[in-house]
Every structure is written in C-alpha cells, then in structure tokens.
Design a protein around this ligand. Structure first.
Ligand code: DOR
Length: 459
C-alpha cells in the first residue's frame, strides 16, 4: 500500500520524554507534521483520505537520533554508502543521524559538506547531519576552517577515528566551539598509551595473548579535555565512553559545573571483553581452545563487567545523557584477518534497539529513560534547533518510530540493509524490534507485520 502521508496512528503506547508522556493514545500526521497528538482522535471527525496504523501493543516514540555514525561516503563506498547506511538507520528506528568526517576526502571543507547534503537529499531516507573535521585532513596539526564549516551546516566537529591529540589545538578548537555554539566530539585516546593494543587490557587479553589497551588511554585524555573545557568554556562532548573511570571523571566535572556532555554505545552497555573470545560471551577461565571473533574489535574496546556496570549506572543517573551507535560498517576482508590486523568497528544500526531493550527487560533501565537517551538526550547535545525532531508534540516534524518491545528475533546479517555485516551479535536472539519508521510523515521502513496494521480509510 502506498503511504499517503496522511496517517492516523491509533492506540499506541506513546513515549515522549520531551513532554513526559507515557500513555496510550493517538497521533494524526499530515503534510509531514504531527498535527494532533496525545488524545483520542475520532476518525469520523477527520477529512477523508487518511491511512490508519493500528499501533495497539506497540511503542510509538520520536524517531531515534544518533549523533555518531560512519556512513563511509565519500571514499569507502565498498563499506557503506549514504543510501545503504540511511536504510540501515531507518530499519533501526533512527530518523536523524550525524555522520563522522573520517571519509576520503574528509569533511574538512565546504565542498565535502555540500556533497554529503546533496547525496543525502538524493539517496538518503533519513535526515543526515554532517560533522566537520576539527583539523585539516584530520591530521591533528592545523584547525579546519570551523566557521566556514559551521556556515555550510555541520552540526559538530570531530576527528573521530583519531583524537585531537595536541592539547593546544584542542584548546583552540574548544574556544571556537563556544563562539560557534557547536560541540567538539573528541575520540579520547592517548595513542602513546594505547599503542599496539587491540582489545581491553585485562584477563581475557592475557589469556588470548593479545596486546591490551589500558583504561588510562581513554581517561588521561578525558581528564585533559575537561581541564581545557573549564578554561575555555567550550562545548566539550566526549565520544564513546567505555570505562568506569571515564564515568567518574565526567560525573566529577558535572559536579564542578563544567559543561561536558558524553555518549555511550550499545555495545559498551550490552557486551564485555569476554565476547572477544567468541561463543557469544560464554567465556570461562578454563575454556578452550583459544579463538577470537574479529567482529568484536572496536575502538574503544569492549571492557570488563565492572566497566559495563558503571556505564549502565552513568546512563541511568543521567551522567551520560545520550546513547550513540558509533555504527562503523566494514567490508568482510577488513575483518577476515588476524585480530591484530582487523579493522576497528561494529555495524550497529540494526541491532541497537534490540540489544538496548535487554537493559529494559532486565530491569536496569526504564523504557522512558531508554527512549530519552535516544531522543531528547542527543537532541540536547546538538542544540535547541534540533529539539523539534525529538518530540511527538503537535506542529513538529513527524519523525516517528513504532516498535514492538517484546518481539524476539534472531540477528541475521544477511538481512542487514547495511553493507557492514560486522557484528558480534550475529545469530543472537534479541527482544525488541522496530516495525515501522516515519521521517517527515513518510514511511521509510516497514516490516511485514507493520503492513498488516496499515489500512487505507476512505476514498
Ligand atoms: O571502532 C571504531 N571504528 N572506532 C572509531 O573510533 C572509528 C570507527 C571507524 O571509523 O571504523
């Protein structure tokens, strides 16, 4: 059935953290906007030609916003394109995504920003917001023209994949970020400390004989950046927190009134370094033979049970205001090598909700808190202009995800829209699945179960 763009979503469990909504009700969508929501809508009172979506038993929330994804275009189209990446995002319930600038060429000048905007308009199915480089060529030496990039429409700055290593460059970047009111998302990694490491330092690394990455490689740079944010008043955002010590540093900064935001990825919340061993985390101290799963190789690395616990607590308490995927698709050849040689990165869009719902089903996080960290949390990091994409309020763009919180499904990478099949969750059963996604009032993803709920009414 062709979507008409005029939809009545009936009897859904509306969760809208922006308005503190958590109840069953209806939503009317017309001309790309939510026109009425949060009350019972009488079908007889409506102008003809609408399509109903029966959302009973399903959660209806603002579409998810991801402030950290890799779309690989331009330059690495064999890993992902804006077309395949945005389709994967829509399947995961994401309606707005920010793409990192470690492309080739990198997003360090206006023409690449324009290219991304054009490609997103022609090939993309969700909203794509480019992130500009902090430094020219992502080389860490000379600042990119941040003002020009801001005028071209980047929403943040980052050299992600690499840190802004030089403290003076970072200090300058933070000063500009305050003036431009755009965050600097730093990939905090002291590569003198992490050098040669491929997984988290600890017992599993020792047992596998793989070089470890110490927690201090992340924490040392976070401590430095917090000090720089405090002297510059800049907008510091810390990408992919992964250690208990990092959560403590951010907590301490917030208590001192230093404005720092941060994010945590689904994989750092849901799986540990034991998964590096393969066998879906069923590692024991005596298990053998030794093996590993290169799809677990990611930067920052999967960490210990204690780190995962601290991250969940940091998220639950609001110390970490948002979840970001760090969706990092890779081609098969980049992962079918030794652990040392494999590329860092996990394909996350299509498993994010299912894995995160594990936290809800186990009672670690409430459903409204999870939705908050996927919607208003990231929108707040991006700034007030983006708040309208993170609510079900009337007169806002109809960016909506409809998901079944209880549906169990098995991760089959052959069904991924993403070109990146690199996930340690392949073959795992997850509980919680996106059934339909709307961007600006049009259906951009629907499962067959969703189709059964869609009914054209009227003529
Ligand atoms: O695992 C990662 N992959 N971490 C990063 O910071 C970069 C990313 C990539 O671009 O593949």
């Amino acid at each position: 059935m062709k979507p008409t763009g005029y939809f009545l979503i009936k009897s859904g469990h509306l969760i809208d953290p922006a308005q503190d909504w958590d109840f069953r009700s209806d939503i009317l969508i017309k001309d790309g906007e939510i026109t009425v929501s949060g009350c019972n809508i009488d079908e007889d009172s409506l102008e003809q030609g609408f399509t109903t979506i029966d959302a009973s038993g399903l959660v209806v929330s603002p579409g998810f916003i991801d402030i950290h994804a890799h779309l690989r275009e331009p330059g690495f189209e064999y890993k992902e394109t804006i077309a395949s990446g945005t389709k994967a995002a829509a399947k995961g319930g994401f309606t707005t995504i920010s793409c990192m600038p470690n492309t080739d060429p990198p997003i360090d000048n206006v023409s690449v920003v324009n290219f991304i905007h054009d490609r997103a308009r022609s090939d993309g199915v969700v909203r794509v917001l480019p992130i500009g480089c902090v430094t020219k060529g992502r080389l860490g030496k000379e600042l990119a023209d941040m003002e020009e990039l801001a005028s071209a429409g980047v929403v943040a700055f980052s050299d992600d994949g690499d840190p802004v290593y030089d403290p003076l460059v970072m200090q300058l970047a933070l000063s500009y970020s305050g003036d431009l009111q755009l965050p600097i998302s730093n990939h905090c990694q002291d590569h003198n400390l992490s050098r040669g490491g491929v997984m988290a330092e600890g017992r599993v690394a020792t047992r596998l004989g793989l070089p470890g990455i110490p927690a201090a490689a992340e924490e040392a740079m976070i401590a430095r950046d917090i000090a720089l944010a405090s002297v510059t008043g800049g907008r510091l955002h810390i990408a992919h927190l992964s250690t208990a010590g990092s959560v403590a540093l951010v907590h301490n900064a917030l208590e001192q009134g230093i404005p720092v935001t941060s994010e945590v990825c689904p994989h750092h919340l849901c799986i540990t370094d034991k998964w590096v061993f393969g066998n879906n985390g069923t590692y024991t101290e005596t298990a053998g033979p030794f093996s590993y799963d290169t799809s677990t190789k990611v930067y920052p690395p999967l960490r210990s049970d204690e780190d995962v616990e601290a991250l969940i607590q940091g998220l639950e308490k609001g110390i970490i205001p948002c979840i970001a995927t760090d969706h990092a698709p890779h081609d098969i050849a980049s992962k079918q090598v030794t652990y040392e040689d494999a590329s860092f990165g996990i394909s996350v869009f299509e498993t994010a909700l299912g894995s995160l719902m594990g936290l809800v089903h186990s009672g670690r996080l409430s459903l409204p808190a999870l939705v908050e960290r996927l919607t208003t949390g990231p929108a707040q990091v991006l700034g007030p202009k983006f708040h309208k994409f993170a609510t079900l309020a009337a007169n806002t763009p109809a960016d909506i995800v409809i998901f079944d919180p209880d549906n169990s499904w098995v991760v089959d990478v052959n069904e991924f829209e993403s070109k990146g099949k690199n996930t340690p969750l392949a073959g795992c059963t997850l509980k919680g699945q996106v059934l339909g996604t709307l961007v600006q009032g049009e259906i951009v993803f629907q499962k067959s179960e969703f189709l059964e709920r869609v009914q054209e009414v009227g003529r």
